[in-house]
Design a protein around this ligand. Structure first.
Ligand SMILES: [Zn+2]
Length: 404
């Protein structure tokens, strides 16, 4: 039976232990000792990290034993004494997360009747899934305030073993999920809960809890928390963000929101103005190409090209085409390595013929339906040929229209 030091002395960081078992399994060496510092994980808290005789060990619970898995073949044998060393920063972080979670869940339960359904202590934040479909901002704010009161009062964290028929079990915040002998963790006389995790000695070491958001999961509110040193770092990071944002906006912290709203309004107006300008440019380009057109059999045939800085002009061109009169209009917008093409026709056009005979000239793709076809071509150097051929063929088509 392994002595679980992490329960009775969670602040011990190094110790000597005697090796009881060594098993080679799946390419790793599983070590069992007479005592261990390493919490094997459970109850939402991850397993500890650390080393045995300087070699990294992965710790897990297997067949009721705390097993330390080593990647390399150990240099020690059964009966030898080894040195265990805990990754203290990792452990202490999760002691803060776990104890802080007890404080938060306790406050939610005792002050607001909110139950905790599940807990996840992640590397980034701690999540407390509640049994509520909605929780107001006010309740969350009160939960933070009351949690800080408990932290400041430095309530001792106690632990005791109870049997599930003990009358005190009725006082637990949550019904225990195991039967028989249970481990009960208390915050002074404020809160009691069955728990198998590793905790701080007193609530004061939690330092700070900060709710960083909520989300709805399975119809219930899941609250997200920064706790302990993580919360302090989070506050510091956010202070820096506020400071930088204030400098960028030339605005005191309290006015950052209104400064950003003003920027958004300005941006909207600029976008509106830009669109208006692009529409005007598109109309101007259409008029210019139209003015070069020739009239054949009552149909105005106009085809030309324009140099483009942005494809937005072509997008607007489609919306700005005149709908009256008989015309066949084609514009090729020349960009550095591609061509944007648009054909607008208020008379019938054999588009299949264009696709078959003219598309290869500019390696074109795209399509549409009367009166508008558009797309892109990958060969700008073929633009002139494309326009000449389109012009010639359009004369033929216009004769056909007259016959009809
Ligand atoms: Zn716990």
């Amino acid at each position: 039976m392994t002595e679980k030091i992490y329960y009775h002395d969670p602040y011990m960081r190094t110790c000597s232990a005697q090796v009881l078992e060594i098993q080679h399994q799946d390419g790793r060496w599983n070590i069992v000792c007479d005592r261990t510092l390493f919490y094997p994980g459970g109850g939402g808290q991850p397993a500890d990290r650390g080393t045995i005789d300087g070699k990294a060990a992965e710790v897990k619970m297997q067949d009721g034993k705390v097993v330390h898995a080593l990647e390399e073949k150990p240099s020690f044998s059964i009966g030898d004494h080894v040195q265990m060393e805990l990754d203290w920063e990792h452990r202490y972080d999760f002691m803060q997360q776990h104890t802080g979670q007890h404080v938060i869940s306790g406050v939610m339960h005792h002050e607001h009747g909110i139950g905790t359904v599940s807990v996840h202590l992640g590397d980034d934040y701690t999540a407390v899934e509640t049994d509520q479909a909605e929780i107001s901002d006010e309740v969350l704010f009160q939960t933070v305030t009351s949690s800080q009161r408990i932290i400041c009062s430095n309530l001792p964290v106690t632990q005791q073993m109870m049997h599930d028929h003990d009358r005190h079990v009725a006082l637990l915040r949550r019904e225990p999920q195991v039967t028989g002998t249970i481990r009960v963790v208390g915050l002074g006389d404020y809160d009691m809960a069955a728990c198998g995790g590793v905790h701080l000695a007193a609530a004061g070491e939690v330092l700070l809890v900060s709710c960083i958001g909520t989300e709805k999961i399975r119809g219930r509110i899941r609250t997200k928390w920064k706790i302990g040193n993580r919360a302090l770092r989070d506050v510091r990071e956010k202070e820096q963000i506020v400071q930088q944002a204030g400098t960028l906006l030339s605005s005191p912290a309290q006015q950052i929101t209104s400064a950003v709203m003003k920027l958004q309004e300005d941006m909207k107006q600029l976008q509106y103005d830009l669109q208006l300008q692009q529409k005007r440019t598109a109309r101007f380009m259409i008029d210019r190409i139209m003015s070069t057109g020739v009239c054949e059999n009552g149909v105005s045939i106009a085809a030309g090209s324009v140099e483009l800085d942005t494809i937005d002009i072509m997008k607007h061109m489609a919306g700005e085409m005149p709908q009256e009169g008989k015309h066949l209009f084609c514009c090729l917008g020349l960009l550095e390595h591609e061509v944007r093409w648009i054909i607008h026709a208020t008379v019938p056009v054999p588009f299949d013929e264009i696709r078959r005979d003219l598309f290869p000239l500019i390696e074109a793709k795209g399509g549409g339906r009367a009166p508008l076809w558009q797309g892109v071509g990958m060969r700008p150097e073929g633009a002139q040929d494309f326009l000449i051929q389109l012009h010639q063929r359009a004369r033929g088509w216009s004769k056909d229209h007259e016959k009809e």
